[in-house]
Design a protein. Structure first.
Length: 256
């Protein structure tokens, strides 16, 4: 079994909040959520996907189904019952897989800046994804790190965030990054989303140029009872762009 590295800053908290990061990022990308979650008495647990952060990748396959099973084993190991599950971008895809394969392990589900099927909505998006894939599959994650960081954090005052994101993206295992991109490109949960019976919230950054708000709306239209919250002035990394509004949206969702 793959050993998953994870951050668990409040082991005494309950219930647990399973935080699943995006492509190229790692568990530390959730640090702006840790303090308010701990203050609320919760137990944030942020794992690194295989090949990202501190989780090694053995090169023998990288699938969302396999990683979802690894997460279930991790919760068993930590003796954690049903948890709040939050997934951003790639983490949102993993969260969908986890919720479909292990629905009994979830209290509820928050899908952030993510999709049920990845298809660009414009010529500029097609160009971005094609260029990103070309760089990753030929030269490795490091060569596309700055380009992706600029798209996620385009603001003039976001230089520090761009640098941090680029460093994280460049540190990923190239084999895992390529495998994750292939898995994302082939993922399609549309036919199964109607099976979800837990409460579901879709959180969208108003200015997301990676997964457009309209495409995220497809999740709301397909999952029974799901609702969408749009965070103003936030991009794809909404949990970092507007952390206070993002954290408030989560808390209100759980309280309701």
């Amino acid at each position: 079994m793959i050993t998953i590295n994870y951050l668990d800053p409040n082991p005494a908290g309950s219930p647990a909040v399973l935080l699943l990061h995006g492509l190229g990022a790692n568990a530390s990308s959730w640090r702006l959520q840790f303090e308010p979650l701990i203050a609320a008495g919760l137990r944030p647990i942020a794992p690194d996907a295989p090949g990202f952060g501190g989780s090694r990748y053995d090169g023998r396959g990288w699938t969302f189904r396999q990683i979802a099973a690894n997460l279930a084993s991790l919760l068993d190991e930590l003796d954690i019952g049903p948890a709040h599950v939050v997934g951003l971008s790639m983490g949102g895809v993993l969260a969908q897989q986890f919720s479909l394969d292990f629905p009994q392990r979830l209290r509820d589900l928050a899908l952030v800046s993510t999709f049920c099927r990845l298809r660009p909505d414009s010529a500029s998006q097609w160009l971005y994804f094609l260029l990103r894939a070309a760089l990753v599959f030929t030269l490795g994650p490091r060569k596309q790190a700055e380009m992706v960081a600029r798209r996620i954090f385009p603001g003039p005052g976001q230089q520090a965030l761009r640098q941090l994101a680029a460093e994280q993206f460049a540190s990923a295992d190239p084999r895992a990054y390529r495998a994750a991109m292939r898995a994302l490109g082939s993922f399609d949960s549309r036919r199964r989303l109607s099976e979800l019976r837990m409460p579901v919230l879709v959180i969208t950054g108003e200015l997301d140029s990676t997964v457009l708000p309209g495409r995220q709306k497809m999740l709301v239209n397909t999952i029974p009872g799901a609702r969408q919250v749009i965070i103003p002035a936030a991009g794809h990394a909404v949990s970092i762009d507007q952390p206070e509004q993002f954290n408030q949206a989560l808390m209100q969702f759980w309280q309701s």
